[in-house]
Design a protein around this ligand. Structure first.
Ligand code: GAR
Length: 204
């Protein structure tokens, strides 16, 4: 099976990026991380990309662009130039313009630290904990124009413990994310899917 090229967009720690790089390196996930783009100059994810020898690692500074669309257009150009098939958001905490989303329709995916459609938004872990759910988890989904509303590709469940804090719950969710994200990428490359309304039907 040939590998497909991906661009990963990050804003923070980059532990999901690290999990994808490791799975690709071990041959568990047939992707080639060609490009890493960060909107934050000090994102630790940038160092993870450097350590892994990713070819193109860029901090693209939002302050240098007059609006969201022009920033996103610069990102589109980089991703196109490097012929990346998939665009993978891994802790990318910036809202995307419709220009970007429509450009990569059905090739743009995100991971969210809750079981969507519950607890969308910037604090999925904290919102689930304060609501009092007994199970939470993570969701890999296609990105659509509405935040965290795209069709669901895969989910994994984790229990919520009595003594959980946001940090301990997020840590448990992260462990699941490190399995789910590379595994979903593998399915995208090896199987493909079709959409039946909002339902993702994986090819067998
Ligand atoms: C992950 O838990 C991811 O699900 C979450 O940010 C974290 C990034 O961690 N994403 C969102 O909340 C998106 N709404 P990482 O930088 O260590 O991969």
């Amino acid at each position: 099976m040939t590998r497909q090229s991906i661009a990963v967009m990050v804003s923070g720690r980059g532990t999901n990026l690290a999990a994808i790089l490791e799975a690709a390196n071990k041959g568990h996930c047939p992707v080639d991380v060609r490009v890493v783009i960060s909107n934050k100059v000090d994102a630790p994810a940038l160092q993870i990309a450097r350590d892994a020898g990713v070819d193109t690692i860029l901090f693209i500074d939002p302050k240098k662009y007059p609006n969201r669309s022009s920033y996103d257009q610069a990102c589109v150009e980089v991703i196109q130039k490097h012929a990346c098939h998939w665009v993978v958001l891994a802790g990318y905490m910036r809202i995307l313009s419709s220009l970007f989303v429509s450009h990569f329709e059905h090739r743009l995916i995100n991971i969210h630290p809750a079981l969507l459609p519950s607890f969308a938004g910037a604090d999925g872990v904290g919102d689930a904990l304060s609501y009092g759910v007994k199970f939470s988890g993570c969701t890999v989904h296609l990105v659509s124009e509405q935040v965290d509303e795209g069709a669901i590709l895969a989910q994994a469940v984790v229990p919520v413990m009595n003594d959980d804090t946001v940090e301990s719950l997020h840590q448990r969710i992260h462990q699941k994310e490190y399995e789910l994200y590379p595994e979903t990428l593998r399915c995208l490359v090896e199987k493909g899917f079709r959409l039946d309304g909002r339902r993702v039907i994986w090819n067998s």
